[in-house]
Design a protein around this ligand. Sequence first.
Ligand SMILES: C[S@@+](CC[C@H](N)C(=O)[O-])C[C@H]1O[C@@H](n2cnc3c(N)ncnc32)[C@H](O)[C@@H]1O
Length: 172
Amino acid sequence: MTGNDQRATDLARDDMRPGEKTVELPMRQDAHLLFIGRISTPWKSRDECPRQGKHDGPLCTIEVFEPWQDALRGLEHFQQVEVLYWLDRSRRDLVLQNPARDGTLRGTFALRSPARPNPIGTSMAKLVEIGEGRLVVQGLDCVDGTPLIDLKPNRCEFTPLAVMKPGKGKAE
Ligand SMILES: C[S@@+](CC[C@H](N)C(=O)[O-])C[C@H]1O[C@@H](n2cnc3c(N)ncnc32)[C@H](O)[C@@H]1O
């Protein structure tokens, strides 16, 4: 099965479960995202992915596209990297979900489900290796080829570098 076929299969599997509620998606768009790279993982479909990545999980490679590769400078000093990705095989119109398929409904914002209006996934990944435009990490849970939208150093390891803001703590 090609990647496109598998993507179509993943999306076609988005049948509604009992009690789930959708809304009509607004036509307007409020922001424009840039995909800054691509994530390679061992998983070819949503079903194969773990629910959440683990730091002893398989090695995954993050490719950062030009012109963003210089933006990786300094990231090598961190043990963990927050990875933000676009869950591109998700439906975006669900407000109530039935995750356990047992009729118990939860609001989308009370879940970490990939189905959400802006399908952003986040994982605090373990940084194994970093080279030019390429990171090897553990701790992801996304399908092979998932678009990368951002990388940030682990908040707990990070000491703000910006000058102090008047009347406040240090800036971000
Ligand atoms: C529960 S979400 C968690 C994502 C992230 N760790 C978070 O908490 O924001 C992970 C699941 O999303 C699904 N998934 C993975 N990659 C996807 C993609 N590219 N598009 C849509 N769904 C995806 C898989 O079913 C996977 O098990």
